[in-house]
Design a protein around this ligand. Structure first.
Ligand code: BTN
Length: 234
């Protein structure tokens, strides 16, 4: 479904999912008036220049695996953007896409369990494609593909690449588990070896990605603490 202006594609996709929309239904908008990010943050776009999509997924996996989906999508989108733009796109735990340290996109996976016990995930992806100016506090933190490459990109081509990589990684994750995603993530992430804070607010170094997708943080006090990607409930 392709929309012009919408409050949030997440809301639209959730409405469709509640009405029985099948897995793989994609909602796309040119502009969002109430785009949302993780942890209740806003997601602001420049009309007509971003890629704003939400996809209905009904993954037949254990509920405990659902937080891994942000990482699956991160790897898939980073691959698609990197291959299409030839820019160095990296993932930052849990859901950011970066180019040269600046945020070019983000992923929001909102999960719920239906009355039938099957999970429904609305996977939201926002990518700054052709935006050339970043105002206010976005300056120095955000970027776009065009800003980094010095020329605009065809959003249709990018969308096709994103959906293709996403489908491939998603199917692999469902069929084979988290192992292949974990290996790709360890190679393509800028997080490992960096200083981060734990959920409890302690400082430490991101040491590894656990076999279930949690970030393993070695605190300054020497403890190994698990950090799980949260903030994914609608
Ligand atoms: C984040 O970095 O915090 C996640 C941002 C996710 C933004 C996308 S844009 C399409 C979809 N609709 C929304 O309202 N949010 C997601």
């Amino acid at each position: 479904m392709r929309l012009g202006e919408v409050d949030s594609t997440q809301i639209e996709a959730r409405r469709l999912a509640d009405g029985g929309a099948p897995e793989g239904t994609v909602v796309r908008a040119e502009h969002q008036t109430r785009g949302r990010g993780r942890l209740g943050r806003d997601w602001v776009d420049e009309p007509g220049s971003a890629l704003l999509i939400s996809i209905v997924l009904r993954p037949a996996v254990e509920v405990s695996r659902l937080p891994q989906l942000s990482l699956v999508a991160g790897i898939a989108v980073a691959e698609a953007l990197g291959e299409t733009s030839r820019l160095p796109v990296a993932v930052e735990w849990p859901n950011d896409l970066l180019i040269r340290g600046l945020k070019v996109g983000g992923i929001l996976a909102e999960s719920s369990i239906g009355a039938d016990g099957v999970a429904v995930v609305i996977l939201g992806i926002g990518i700054n494609v052709n935006q050339t100016r970043f105002a206010g506090d976005l300056q120095g933190r955000a970027t776009s593909l065009a800003h980094q490459a010095g020329h605009p990109f065809d959003r249709e081509r990018l969308l096709a690449a994103v959906l293709e990589r996403l489908e491939a990684w998603y199917r692999r994750w469902v069929a084979e588990g988290f192992g292949p995603v974990r290996e790709a993530w360890r190679r393509g992430s800028v997080t490992l070896g960096r200083r981060v804070t734990t959920d409890g607010g302690a400082a430490g170094i991101a040491e590894d990605l656990a076999e279930d997708g949690a970030l393993l943080v070695r605190t300054d006090a020497g403890a190994l603490v698990r950090r799980v990607a949260t903030g994914s409930a609608p």
